[in-house]
Design a protein around this ligand. Structure first.
Ligand code: NAI
Length: 271
């Protein structure tokens, strides 16, 4: 049988999650999706009504099939709150097991504020929904992952270099996510035989990125000027990298941050 993937963090067809789902589907995987509770109904309705049909087309001409969409709230972990363990439980009941776990979600309520002006609550909210959410997701899904399972998350270079406008503690959240990738690779590798990797992606005009407004365009321009490959990164290229990391071709790769098309450190060009 083909591999089964659960992708947390798809609410439309613009983000990295959708592109990853398509690359995995093109490689023959069965796709399950976790969608944030406030966006769940509209996403499911749009999907059923065929709004996304054009962007569901795979390279062989067939349409990506999303087997099921689950409501998911990545901030809550206790049984009172429609949490991730409930979603894992439902997936287990419906499908038994999965092979691939993708975390493509982030939220920083104060992302437009410089770190120096970020409140404690804003900072903690960013880390909670963008970093701890991965710890929790892996914890709840690992027991239903088949041996040789793989997980992939998405990060951003602001974790290690100062990128103005990526505020609200989001840079801190990505630093945590990358550090956790190493620790979880060790722990989940030893305990479950699961690989844990993250992709540091270039900027994309997704719905989440619209929160920082024109800054995304600046970031894209800056990358274009300073990256080794002078073209705009497509979501599909990140999708393909995720499909590779999740596949047996990457069976000995774990605990890594894979860079996709970010600027090099030594250049001096500014927008
Ligand atoms: P997106 O808007 O497509 O995806 C973010 C998703 O997170 C949305 O579907 C949203 O509903 C979901 N979400 C937010 N809070 C949630 C919660 N509490 N529980 C469950 N779901 C929640 O945007 P994008 O940009 O594709 O983001 C996917 C990942 O890629 C994120 O980790 C982001 O930080 C990362 N990334 C994005 C870059 C960009 O320029 N867009 C660059 C590098 C990394």
């Amino acid at each position: 049988r083909g591999k089964r993937a659960f992708i947390a963090g798809i609410a439309d067809n613009n983000g990295y999650g959708w592109a990853i789902a398509k690359s995995l589907a093109a490689a023959g995987a069965e796709i399950l999706v976790g969608t944030w509770v406030p966006a769940f109904n509209i996403f499911e309705t749009n999907l059923r009504r065929g709004i996304f049909d054009e962007s569901r087309i795979l390279p062989d001409g067939s349409l990506m099939n999303i087997c099921k969409v689950y409501p998911l709230d990545a901030v809550y972990d206790t049984p009172q709150d429609v949490p991730q363990d409930e979603v894992a439980e439902s997936v287990k009941e419906d499908f038994g097991s999965i092979d691939i776990l993708v975390h493509s979600l982030a939220n920083g309520p104060e992302v437009t504020k410089p770190l120096l002006e970020t409140s404690r609550n804003g900072y903690l909210a960013a880390v909670s929904s963008s970093s701890y959410s991965f710890v929790s997701l892996l914890k709840h899904f690992a027991p239903l992952m088949n041996p040789c399972g793989a997980s992939v998350s998405l990060t951003y270079i602001a974790s290690e270099r100062c990128i103005p406008r990526y505020g609200g503690g989001m840079s801190s959240a990505k630093a945590a996510l990358e550090s956790d990738t190493k620790v979880l690779a060790f722990e989940a590798g030893r305990r479950h035989g699961i690989r844990v990797n993250t992709i540091s992606a270039g900027s994309l005009r997704s719905r989440a990125a619209k929160a920082i407004g024109a800054a995304v365009d600046e970031m894209i321009d800056y990358t274009l000027m300073n990256a080794p490959l002078q073209k705009e990164l497509s979501a599909e290229e990140v999708g393909n990298a995720a499909a590779f990391l999740a596949s047996p071709l990457a069976s000995a790769i774990t605990g890594t941050v894979l860079f996709k098309f970010v600027e090099m450190t030594t250049t001096t060009t500014t927008p």
